[in-house]
Design a protein around this ligand. Structure first.
Ligand SMILES: *Cc1c(COP(=O)(O)O)cnc(C)c1O
Length: 342
């Protein structure tokens, strides 16, 4: 790569990475970006959004911030407690004449109800796009995440299932959207001396793409480790009434990146684990609607979000991945049982 002296600007490694991803996700277009947050900003601009965008509050703050950063108003929808995803039943009450889109988040890689969201949006002439940061190599009814809505945005941050140090990708089957995304990623340039309007710098560097290509080859190993860890957690915590692990459907593919539990007395467990040097995360906590600049703002909060708040108070993401051994997973489970027994 260094010998070739092609370090960025859609070089050969970036193109190869995009091509591999498009093929494995079954989408026509994949545009790699520098991170998912900038990807979401580019997405909103590419879709020509205005006014308000409806999205869940149970997500990472970047989902909402990306919309705010491009001058849109995030409006928070409650979630379905069974799936942790945006509840389509809550949409109707939130639509105003300013609404231009719905932004779903495939939380833990478990897909949104894309059929209901899509039908709702179509009937009201709204755009639909997804924050698929968690959802690389996950499916909805057997179809890979990546081809739903007008476009989807993945994150390849160091903490995600597939990592390029920092990075992301926008996938779509719409050639016009893809062309706009490509221009916006590169300063709005359509040709060397011609812009379509304001653009940003959202390009993925060659070193990130190289990391992505290498990690693509290791995905089976990552998946096997995650799967093994999840199964141990499931078995070890099965008798523990105060801890409920989220389920993954056997009929869908999921990268199992997250071992998430709903825990009674969550903060006691979280603190107890911290005292033993075990880094579980309160993820997501607090709800984005409780963070600035959204907290207590009627621009963003149009009604109570009881399911989001209840889940934020219970949720705990447990350590997993290739860097934790089966023995250590059992130790975490033992620690949880001890904390809850005291
Ligand atoms: C990680 C994450 C992001 C941000 O991704 P970056 O690539 O770090 O910008 C956005 N949304 C969700 C749901 C995430 O988990």
């Amino acid at each position: 790569m260094l010998g070739r002296a092609y370090l960025s600007n859609g070089g050969p490694l970036c193109q190869e990475f995009e091509g591999r991803l498009a093929e494995s996700l079954g989408v026509a277009h994949c545009i790699a970006v520098c991170n998912a947050t900038v990807g979401l900003e580019i997405a909103a601009m590419a879709l020509g959004l205005t006014g308000e965008v409806i999205l869940p509050s149970f997500t990472f703050v970047a989902t909402a911030h990306a919309m705010s950063w491009v001058g849109l108003t995030p409006v928070f929808c409650d979630i379905d407690p069974k799936t942790h995803n945006l509840d389509p039943a809550g949409l109707e009450a939130l639509v105003t004449e300013r609404t231009s889109a719905i932004l779903g988040v495939h939380c833990w890689g478990r897909p949104c109800d894309v059929e209901s969201i899509g039908d709702f949006a179509k009937a009201r002439n709204l755009r639909v796009f997804y924050d698929a940061s968690h959802a690389i190599f996950c499916t909805r009814k057997g179809r890979p995440i990546g081809g739903f809505g007008d476009l989807e945005v993945f994150s390849f941050h160091a903490t995600k299932f597939l990592n390029t140090f920092e990075g992301g990708a926008i996938t779509t089957n719409d050639p016009e959207v893809a062309e706009r995304v490509r221009c916006l990623r590169n300063f709005g340039l359509k040709a060397p001396e011609m812009t379509i309007g304001v653009g940003t710098n959202g390009k993925m560097s060659e070193v990130s793409a190289a990391m992505g290509l290498t990690n693509l080859e290791a995905c089976d190993t990552f998946f096997a480790a995650n799967r093994r860890n999840y199964d141990i957690y499931r078995e070890e915590l099965s008798g523990c009434e105060d801890v409920r692990l989220i389920d993954y459907r056997e009929s869908e593919r999921n990268n199992r990146q997250y071992v998430v539990a709903e825990v009674r007395d969550r903060d006691r467990v979280w603190n107890g684990l911290k005292d033993r040097g075990i880094g579980a995360r309160r993820y997501f906590f607090p709800g984005v609607h409780q963070l600035e600049p959204y907290a207590n703002s009627s621009h963003h909060i149009r009604g109570p979000l009881p399911e989001t708040e209840a889940l934020c108070s219970r949720v705990l993401a447990l350590p997993t991945g290739t860097r934790i051994s089966p023995e250590q997973v059992r130790e975490v489970c033992q620690a949880i049982r001890e904390i809850l027994a005291n």
